[in-house]
Write a protein that binds this ligand. Structure first.
Ligand code: ATP
Length: 362
């Protein structure tokens, strides 16, 4: 597997490990994250490899930090309990991204606890996993239980996430193509170890921007954690996630993270502008969810179709990895102005297929 394909980041590694563990086909990755600086495995990626090694009883070569080459040979997907620690603020949700598809076909229920960052830049916030990804996977028959025990922000991390999933026989295909109407906007705003006024200020500004577009967001949870609160992170941090529920089906998610020098109002503006941009695309799947659903579409028993706001290099990388393991199963149709439709003839993967490199033809 060529890790330099497409956007050449960690996605190729995570998807390759998941599909290797699922199919039983060993994988040899070269050029891992060579388009990133520094290249090779970082703590988060190494934890993902360790997680997949333990989940699938694999043997692995090339696990050092900075390694750009890895050989991964899985044996058995046992499931059970796993505890993992990125050791830093490395993203817990990206480790989960690799684990979840394989957990779906383990011999027994898998319960995993991951320690690290829960709200990192350039990774799904845990709130997005709970409010956007999990409901979408539920439509595909995967009832993932995600608990946020404690938040973790850069630099100290230390956040704790728990995920549990019972194995399924097959993954159901998904159809998310129509955007008729937006029914409601909701969300969550959170802070740890910061003055209490930050969360209401982010929310107030987000609501102001949404109101200019005639949208009301009444249902925004506010979580203000200080030292005594169980969810309080080790390092200070804040952010907000807004979701838009679509008729007939679908949830869009936009988020913004606080950082030093960025006002609470700016965080609120960013998230509201982000959600309005997604709504303007009139597609029921946002581009982040788009790449995250690709692997499940490949495994599903039947044809899936999703309409996304636009094609991204991450989607292309995920499709590349899936098609290397299976065969050509994806078709892409782009529309003028950006939106695209991704169709997949799912392989109907089931546990019986483990050990055979290819699933049955669609
Ligand atoms: P890199 O090699 O670039 O450091 P990485 O392993 O940290 O990579 P990427 O390969 O870039 O991560 O993958 C990032 C993943 O996180 C993608 O699945 C993307 O959809 C998701 N993601 C990034 N930002 C968000 C966000 N704000 N909301 C939801 N999902 C996000």
């Amino acid at each position: 597997m060529d890790g330099a394909y497409g956007e050449g980041g960690g996605q190729i590694l995570r998807m390759s490990l998941a599909l290797s563990a699922l199919t039983g086909a060993p994988v040899h990755l070269r050029n891992i994250r060579v388009k990133r600086s520094p290249p090779g495995l970082r703590a988060q990626h190494r934890t993902a490899v360790e997680a997949m090694t333990r989940l699938s009883d694999a043997s692995v070569k090339g696990l050092e930090l900075g390694s750009t080459e890895l050989e991964f040979t899985p044996r058995q997907l046992k499931g059970g309990r796993l505890a993992l620690d990125t050791g830093t603020a490395g993203s817990t949700t990206l480790v989960l991204q690799s684990l979840l598809p394989a957990m779906a076909f383990s011999e027994k229920r898998t319960e995993v606890q991951i320690t690290g960052g829960t709200n990192n830049p350039l990774a799904p916030p845990i709130d997005y996993v709970q409010r956007v990804l999990a409901p979408s996977l539920a439509k595909m028959g995967l009832q993932v239980k995600i608990d946020l025990v404690r938040r973790g922000f850069y630099p100290r991390g230390g956040g704790v996430v728990r995920a549990a999933l019972d194995p399924v026989e097959t993954v159901q295909p998904i159809q998310l193509t129509r955007f008729e109407e937006l029914t409601c906007v909701s969300g969550i705003a959170y802070s740890s170890r910061l003055p209490k006024h930050i969360v209401p200020r982010m929310v107030r500004r987000a609501r102001e921007i949404l109101r200019l577009a005639d949208l009301e967001a009444d249902d925004i949870d506010m979580e203000v954690a200080d030292q005594g609160s169980p969810r309080c992170a080790l390092s200070p941090g804040c952010g907000i996630l807004l979701t838009g529920t679509i008729i007939p089906e679908g949830v869009l998610g936009a988020d913004s993270l606080g950082e030093l020098g960025k006002s609470a109002e700016r965080v609120g503006e960013e998230v509201a502008e982000g959600l309005l941009r997604l709504i303007g695309q009139k597609a029921p799947v946002d581009t982040y969810l788009g790449d995250q659903l690709i692997i499940y579409m490949a495994l599903a028993d039947g044809r899936s179709t999703i309409r996304v706001g636009g094609l991204t290099p991450h989607m292309e990388s995920c499709i590349y990895v899936c098609e290397r393991f299976f065969r050509r199963i994806f078709t892409l149709t782009t529309e003028r102005g950006g939106p695209a439709t991704i169709t997949c003839e799912g392989t109907g993967f089931s546990v019986e297929e483990r050990g055979s490199r290819r699933s049955r033809p669609p």
